[in-house]
Ligand binder design. Structure first.
Ligand SMILES: [Zn+2]
Length: 224
């Protein structure tokens, strides 16, 4: 299997960002936790996330823990389903993915992507646009599995941020790909559902093995 170099969901470029975590926040009195990322075969990955009606302290803590978990695992995007919570919440940080550019527009004007990182999207609604483009993807819930996925180049995003305030922007490139990948997670859709039949067939032995391993682990945890 070809390893697509430089791809960010599982990055090959060693993301480690500490600046965000040095900022004071409402949750600093709680130690941040690295959460377990659930893998293919875990039922949470097929659950549609519930809307978040209020950004409570509990949600803020979850957001901080999801960033900690994503950065530790060298990811650029993480959905709540991947830490076993079926909620409409995903976090992103594409700053270190210099070899896979992103762009962003606010009110029709170009804006620096880095100014929006790290990014939290709550209850996101997206409208993809532009030409379909193929690009390499990985997923923290599918360790060591990479594939080419075709998705629209850009996306219009409406969501709430970590403060519960509405945000609206258009983006493209890697960020648009990451957002489409994570919003799929929020609806119980996985990147294997977006692969060509041929690619999925080629990956079948690895996918079956991963699914069986996850199920065996769940079973043994349940019997403990
Ligand atoms: Zn994923």
């Amino acid at each position: 299997m070809v390893r697509y170099s430089g791809f960010g969901f599982l990055s090959d470029f060693g993301i480690r960002i500490s600046a965000f975590f040095s900022r004071p926040s409402a949750v600093t009195r709680h130690p941040k936790m690295i959460l377990d990322v659930v893998t293919y075969g875990h039922p949470a990955l097929r659950q549609r996330g519930a809307r978040i009606e209020k950004v409570t302290l509990e949600i803020k803590k979850l957001v901080a823990d999801m960033f900690e978990t994503m950065h530790t695992n060298h990811g650029i995007g993480l959905a709540a389903q991947q830490v076993g919570k079926a909620l409409q919440l995903a976090v992103f940080d594409v700053r270190e993915a210099k070899d896979r550019p992103s762009w962003l527009e606010l009110d029709g004007k170009p804006a620096p992507v880095d100014d929006f990182m790290p990014l939290v999207l709550i209850n996101p609604e997206i409208k993809p646009g532009g030409e379909p483009v193929a690009g390499g993807e990985g997923c923290l819930s599918f360790p060591e599995i990479f594939a080419e996925i075709t998705r629209p180049e850009s996306v219009d995003v409406k969501a709430l941020n970590q403060k519960g305030k509405p945000v609206e922007f258009r983006c493209g490139g890697l960020l648009a790909r990451a957002i489409q990948h994570e919003v799929d997670h929020l609806n119980g859709i996985l990147f294997i559902d977006r692969m060509s039949r041929k690619t999925k067939e080629e990956l079948r032995p690895e996918l079956d093995e991963l699914q069986a391993k996850t199920k065996a682990e769940l079973e043994s945890a349940g019997n403990r």
